[in-house]
Ligand binder design. Sequence first.
Ligand code: PLP
Ligand code: LYS
Length: 461
Amino acid sequence: MRAHEAGALHGDLGNRGPAWLRTPEDVNALVPQLWPRTVTRAADGSLQVGGVSVTDLAADHGTPAYFLDEDDLRARCRDFAAAFAGADVYYAGKSFLCKAVVRVVEEEGLFLDVCSGGELAVALAAGFPPERLGFHGNNKSVSELRRALEAGVGRIIVDSFHEIDRLSELSRELGKRPGVLVRVTVGVEAHTHEFIATAHEDQKFGFSLAGGAAFAACARILDEDVLDLRGLHSHIGSQIFDTSGFEVAARRIVELQAQIRDARGVELPELDLGGGFGIAYTTQDDPSTPGDLAKRINKIVESECELASLRVPHLSIEPGRAIVGPAVFTLYQVGTVKDVDGIRTYVSVDGGMSDNIRTALYDASYSATLANRSSGAEPMLARVVGKHCESGDIVVKDEFLPSDVQPGDLVAVPGTGAYCRSMASNYNHVPRPPVVAVRDGAARVIVRRETEDDLLALDVG
Ligand SMILES: Cc1ncc(COP(=O)(O)O)c(C=O)c1O
Ligand SMILES: N[C@@H](CCCC[NH3+])C(=O)O
């Protein structure tokens, strides 16, 4: 539910907030599902991650900054790999990609999904085995496809007839026979924000199942026999909690597998059901564990295959957010606190929509906590905003912070590992924050802070 829909007034505080948001009994308490697993409040009240206090991290690395709990990230990779044992788990690099994360993904035995020449370049620069890469995109350029073929990318997920033609021509030219999946639009209305739903009919991704394009794409690939058609792919959207969407997708896509078998005598050996598994951004979100997801997804694929008398294909999934999202928090410093009489208290921090566009773009909800100390002050409903020239520059729409929050305090926002640094911008020429990995009492910068010199270096006029 969105704050403006809820329209509830918190009588005790006279502030406007969503109906679900309750005054916390202890404003210093950390809600476990929101935080990376090594985050705790130390005896002095400050947060610590990987055994390092955020006050030290802020002193050493500045704010705003993204802090990655490396143990948490690795544990999430392992949880998915163990739950989906026997399947290929592709980490969706669009959620956040840098060489250090590529190495973690490789060390933890995952595959990697990239969706642009740039992401491919990061993966290759980090030495990721190309055969474990999947290459996505609805408009891959000829040069991106050429690079993917030359590098030996394991799977190319084709998304249009133009791409099939382009890739076939390049494959002939280079003497390659790449493994491909056909991305199918299964016609599912995923329960998520409209901008991040990807399997309803009216949108740019994939080949329509209902309209027959998906079957025609497979038929064309099989007829031409230049590309090695390994299977079908479906991705229904992102930040999804209700697994019924995956079930409908699996059912429809298995029906298409059966149709291809009946018409062409070919049982496609692979099936990729994409990513999109939701994470907790607030106390309202209750995500499934990888184990639960695996159980439900395997069950539906197996039962649908049995119904269609198909062998169960080799399964892949592509989680991004669910792996990196909860492993990171953003640390900001408070610059001003403004009580707009009787309406709202605005806590301004030193970042904003340039390091987290999701609130403005998707009306996303986040949580926050005072990070450099605990406080005995009464909870106060606040809006955490950034420093940009835009009134929609909101980081956390509604959150209870201690009422003595003041300039110089640190505020931490959890759940910012996915689609925050990767979608960051230089709006207002604000340099993008660093990403710092913390583990076993030590912090290391894995993406350095951008500088004004970096920005000016591009300005060659
Ligand atoms: C094809 C594909 N796979 C995987 C993902 C990863 O999604 P998420 O980060 O929600 O798991 C996306 C993004 O929505 C996607 O478009
Ligand atoms: N960028 C989106 C998700 C889209 C993922 C890619 N298809 C988000 O922040 O939630």
